[in-house]
Unconditional design. Structure first.
Length: 468
């Protein structure tokens, strides 16, 4: 089989992602400390801080009480736009109400700006019948965010004057502080409470959500600055911007829907490949579940665990290009069959590289059949040349394959599979992480699966030896 280089199926960007993630994993092996504050305590702190800001004196005064009309109109617009949102990858959503809420910060003095923004959030939460604790947190978050940003903007000067100033630096600073400050602070508060509630890291949630929303959200906030400017010229045109804002939100929702459908389509294709062979039914789903637990047990960064989990779910995608006579062959594969079978890693990686959402996992799929001693395929990588994610998937894949029936052999017991993993540590698999996976199996933390007697397997574990 001719040598195939990794560059054939992955971009330099994908390679750099894996390099960075492996570095982060090494750094993450320091002991982790449990958070000292619970999600409920954090919510209480946010609520108390928000209430305190409402009692504070105005940070600036609008001339001739011109802010009253802006307060009423922008609060109504915000309430309407709060019902138009886009789901985020890990809980929460993105609302184009940011446009009118930032405009409120620039036109209405605190604490009234915070009252207007908080009221719009509160109405949406109550109408949607969200749990009381979510109503308290979400309302408190945006009241607190609005108050802090409004106070910061007030330091620059009275916003209505600032957005008309001839000093362009001052105008840019006013818009930038209101836009970026509003997005950063609200996102940080939301990511923190989700992290405390789910055990994910704040950094991971910030990266996961800002990766797909930062540009859209900050752009919406900047549009809010333009709305404020338009208001000072002709208020009536501000209300006319509600329809374009709704259309933008619908476009963002469509993008999110396409992303979810792409993920679902690739997973369905991978499942259909498993279904071609009754002995590999749900194989990819199990490998994905094992890989997630394995990565978490290794202490990998959350974003690397997610990447590995996604890649494991489609690791055999390339078998779509393998003929049934090879894939379902009841006996050992001959040299020609093996050549065809080996192509599945390259085919799978090639498919994934056509989808931006999965490009990060293409390198894992490409190399999940490499061996620690360099005897694997497709590139004969050795040791740490093999991407860490591929090493994780290789072990999870091998364990599931060994403990399930195959056309050419019956399922092994758990004890037999552990013994093979132990013997192969340092030759076929990474010797540093094999013991971690064996530990997961020994303690019964892997989800059970069909194809062997799990209880019987655990009784046999005492007979299996762990690698030195």
């Amino acid at each position: 089989m001719p040598e195939t280089h990794p560059e054939t199926w992955m971009t330099e960007r994908t390679a750099s992602v894996h390099s960075a993630l492996q570095t982060k994993w090494l750094e993450s092996r320091r002991p982790r400390f449990a958070p000292q504050v619970t999600a409920q305590q954090f919510i209480a702190l946010v609520a108390i801080a928000a209430a305190a800001t409402l009692a504070a004196p105005p940070t600036w005064h609008a001339p001739n009480d011109s802010w009253v009309q802006a307060f009423v109109v922008l609060t109504i617009v915000s309430i309407v736009l709060e019902f138009v949102s886009v789901d985020l990858p890990f809980d929460g959503d993105l609302s184009v109400a940011t446009i009118s809420q930032v405009a409120t910060i620039l036109l209405v003095p605190a604490p009234m700006a915070a009252v207007g923004v908080g009221l719009s959030v509160l109405v949406e939460e109550v109408v949607r019948r969200r749990p009381v604790i979510k109503v308290i947190f979400n309302t408190g978050t945006y009241v607190l965010t609005t108050s802090v940003v409004s106070a910061a903007v007030g330091i620059i000067g009275s916003p209505p004057e600032a957005i008309h100033a001839h000093d362009h630096i001052r105008v840019a600073a006013t818009f930038g502080l209101a836009s970026v400050g509003y997005y950063v602070l609200s996102t940080l508060l939301v990511s923190t409470v989700i992290a405390l509630a789910t055990g994910r890291s704040v950094g991971f949630l910030l990266r996961a959500n800002t990766r797909s929303t930062a540009l859209a959200e900050t752009s919406a906030a900047m549009i809010g600055g333009v709305v404020a400017l338009i208001w000072t010229i002709e208020p009536i045109w501000t209300s006319a911007l509600t329809l374009p804002a709704i259309l933008v939100s619908r476009a963002l929702r469509h993008i999110r829907q396409l992303e979810n459908e792409t993920r679902g389509a690739l997973r369905s294709l991978a499942k259909s490949i498993d279904d071609r062979d009754p002995t590999t039914y749900h194989h990819s789903e199990r490998v994905s579940a094992y890989a997630r637990l394995f990565g978490q047990e290794l202490g990998l960064p959350d974003d690397l665990v997610e990447l590995i989990t996604q890649a494991a779910a489609v690791h055999d995608l390339g078998k779509v290009g393998v003929p049934d006579r090879v894939l379902l062959k009841p006996g050992p594969l001959d040299e020609g069959d093996r050549t065809l079978m080996w192509l599945h890693t390259e085919i799978g990686a090639g498919i994934l590289n056509h989808f931006q959402l999965f490009r990060g996992g293409a390198n894992i799929v490409l190399h999940h059949h490499e061996r620690w001693d360099g005897g694997g395929y497709p590139n004969g990588l050795r040791g740490e040349e093999i991407p860490l994610g591929a090493r994780v998937v290789a072990i999870a894949d091998a364990f599931d394959a060994m403990t399930e029936d195959r056309p050419y052999r019956p399922a092994m017991s758990v004890a037999e599979a552990i013994a093979i993993l132990a013997d192969g540590a340092g030759t076929q698999w990474d010797p540093e992480i094999v013991p971690v996976f064996i530990g997961l199996v020994r303690t019964g933390r892997l989800p059970g699966h069909a194809g062997h007697d799990r209880a019987r397997g655990h009784e046999e574990l005492t007979e299996a030896h762990a690698p030195a």
